[in-house]
Design a protein around this ligand. Structure first.
Ligand code: DUT
Length: 127
């Protein structure tokens, strides 16, 4: 892996291979658990090769790993391809990217400040 790569590969820690049928989703264990310092999060993202060649992607992308999570990191894969896809132990199924999280304090207000966009969204400027 390149030392400049943003993502660290995550592998399937499976006892037995799993066959994912077209349209099927499954939760794959990674054997990975960690204790991140507060102020960090980790994101589970799909691998472009698996997505492009086989239609295999992460259903909840990007999956959020909270700093206080101490359980095993799992990857929610879905097969959007046309063919069954077999996942074997040690296969690189996703990548994990670490990000800083700004310290945010939410405050309830009666009114919001005005902007040119206002409430426009979801393609209100055209296609
Ligand atoms: O792809 C993922 C997404 C989440 N998690 C773990 C770590 C994360 O910290 C925890 C909770 O994730 P999330 O907040 O997305 O789940 P939720 O549906 O809101 O559940 P919860 O009520 O447990 O927070 O599950 C994974 O292992 N893989």
């Amino acid at each position: 892996m390149s030392e400049l790569a943003a993502g660290f590969d995550v592998v399937a820690a499976l006892e037995e291979e799993v066959v994912l049928q077209p349209g099927q989703r499954t939760l794959i264990p990674t054997g990975l658990a960690m204790a991140m310092p507060a102020g960090l999060e980790a994101q589970i993202r799909p691998r472009s090769g698996l997505a492009f060649k086989h239609g295999i992607t992460c259903l909840n992308t990007p999956g959020t790993i909270d700093a206080d999570y101490r359980g095993e990191v799992k990857v929610l894969l879905i097969n959007l391809g046309q063919d069954p896809f077999t996942i074997v132990r040690g296969e690189r199924i996703a990548q994990i990217v670490f990000q800083t999280v700004p310290a945010i304090e939410l405050t309830e207000v009666a009114e919001l400040s005005e902007t040119v966009r206002g409430e426009g969204g979801f393609g209100h400027t055209g296609k």
